[in-house]
Design a protein around this ligand. Structure first.
Ligand SMILES: Nc1ncnc2c1ncn2[C@@H]1O[C@H](COP(=O)(O)OP(=O)(O)OP(=O)(O)O)[C@@H](O)[C@H]1O
Ligand SMILES: [Mg+2]
Length: 473
């Protein structure tokens, strides 16, 4: 064969491209993608220094005829707009963010969100003093070719933005989208998603408004006593495959150990519901909040989640300047559980959970369990991950494994309160049983066939005791 002058067209049609791109993302996730961009912007202007999030705002408006999002996060530099920002997909030579903990990596988020919502959009941005506008129109969308988008200059003062930032508006919304935007249930869904996913930024002072109402962060915290020998969470930090992994597992501010009569005992409880289960953070975004499934280890060598464990909160954070090293999927709202860094971390997560599962097992059949525990926990304060690690790291018993590495096991260090039955006046009960039978009883009583024989025996005894007491009195 020899090459002819004829050529076969092989470029994607816009219609195909747009429908493929938007197919797998939900409308609320598309909105969160736009918020991710605002925060990446804030991080870029800080240029490696700590970001003061209290200086930044994001205002989102959902209405049946228009969507808008506006921020003061630095705007898009003109050369970035010309060469990168509006391309579908990142260029291999685009190494702008190699030195920051930004989350953008694929080069599709903004375009995908716009295409998902409607047929006409306008991106107005101001970087330093340079304001310009990029329209994405239905004509451009319908045209067969991939012509570059125009960059328009402001002609009136009113077309400038008051401070560096970006304002994206989308009009001619698709019918289903318009219906969602005027629906209060959808607004609430987006509000919850923002308060969870961006909780760390909101807690650091970032102001996000949704339809003129501020979004409040959810609190994900563990209790830490300031006493050297007071109760504290399990803490672990290590660099795995170039990612800084920080873990804490501890007790949260809820007090459901199964004893309802203990309603008013205890410590600071100004927050109505504590976030039990696992929260996973990647570069400060909460990918998952309060997970109680197999995904985060429940029911996998340790018991399945059930209400007895509602006092247990685990937080794990992955940090890296290389966004592609984080264990997240392409939508950034789900975990990539096949990654090595996740699998290695899971071992430590379970180690931490085991401590607190044992703790709740120890206390659950104690009379006035809450009141008895309260005196030990009195001076404990709820803290988010970073603060909790900092506080525990100051204890002498905290083990430094290397410059970044740290480990603290509250059980081994005997700082967790023990029920009175464990005090010296009690006697030891020991007996042997076939391993298979222990597994059976463990499964039946503790929902865990791998439970320690001692725990199984103790549980069996506690149940017999409760029965005997009932009969006796
Ligand atoms: N609100 C904003 N503030 C500053 N820059 C922005 C903003 N929104 C978009 N950009 C610029 O536009 C670029 C393209 O955004 P887009 O979301 O499409 O891709 P990305 O963030 O690079 O990657 P990803 O697809 O993973 O989100 C960003 O890299 C950023 O430079
Ligand atoms: Mg993005």
């Amino acid at each position: 064969m020899k090459q002819s002058t004829d050529k076969a067209q092989a470029s994607p049609t816009k219609q195909f491209f747009v429908s493929m791109l938007t197919r797998d993302i939900s409308l609320d996730d598309a909105i969160l993608d736009l918020l991710d961009n605002c925060l990446d912007g804030a991080m870029r202007i800080a240029d490696g220094d700590e970001v003061d999030y209290s200086k930044h705002f994001v205002k989102i408006k959902l209405a049946k005829d228009q969507f808008s999002i506006e921020d003061n996060c630095g705007g898009i530099p003109r050369d970035v707009a010309k060469n990168y920002a509006f391309k579908m997909g990142r260029e291999p030579d685009d190494d702008r963010d190699s030195d920051t903990e930004t989350i953008g990596m694929y080069g599709v988020g903004m375009k995908r969100a716009i295409f998902k919502m409607g047929r006409n959009a306008l991106v107005r941005t101001r970087h330093d003093n340079d304001t310009f506008e990029v329209p994405i129109t239905s004509e451009w969308l319908e045209a067969k070719n991939w012509d570059p988008l125009p960059i328009n200059e402001p002609t009136k003062a009113s077309e400038k933005l008051p401070q560096p930032g970006t304002r994206i508006t989308v009009k001619d919304l698709y019918e289903g989208v318009a219906r969602h935007f005027e629906n209060e249930a959808f607004e609430n869904k987006v509000r919850t998603a923002i308060s969870e996913h961006f909780t760390m930024f909101l807690q650091c002072g970032l102001k996000v408004e949704l339809n003129d109402k501020p979004v409040e962060p959810v609190r994900v915290e563990v209790l830490v006593s300031t006493r050297e020998d007071g109760p504290a969470p399990f803490v672990f930090r290590k660099i795995i495959d170039g990612v800084v992994v920080s873990i804490t597992v501890g007790r949260n501010t809820s007090h459901a150990l199964g004893n309802e009569e203990d309603e008013d005992a205890g410590f600071e409880r100004d927050r109505s519901s504590a976030t039990a289960g696992w929260t996973v953070l990647c570069n400060d975004r909460a990918v998952i909040v309060g997970d109680k499934s197999r995904l985060t280890g429940w029911g996998d060598g340790i018991p399945l989640y059930h209400p007895q464990f509602a006092i247990i909160t685990g937080i794990i954070e992955f940090r890296s300047k290389r966004a592609d090293k984080l264990p997240v999927t392409t939508t950034k709202r789900a975990l990539d559980t096949s990654s090595n860094v996740w699998l290695e971390s899971l071992v430590k997560m379970k180690e931490g959970m085991r401590i607190w599962i044992d703790y709740t097992n120890q206390w659950k059949n104690q009379a006035s369990s809450e009141q008895q525990q309260a005196r030990h926990w009195e001076d404990a304060r709820p803290m988010p991950l970073g603060k909790a690690i900092e506080a525990v790291a100051q204890r002498k018993a905290a083990k430094r494994t290397d410059e970044e590495g740290i480990e603290f096991n509250p059980k081994k260090n005997k700082v967790l309160p023990e029920p009175p039955s464990k005090t010296p006046s009690s006697r030891r009960v020991t007996f042997s049983k076939p391993a298979e039978e222990i597994r059976l009883v463990g499964k039946a009583l503790l929902d865990d066939e791998n439970a320690k024989p001692g725990d199984v025996g103790e549980k069996a005894f506690d149940l017999a005791l409760a029965k005997a007491k009932k009969r006796g009195g």
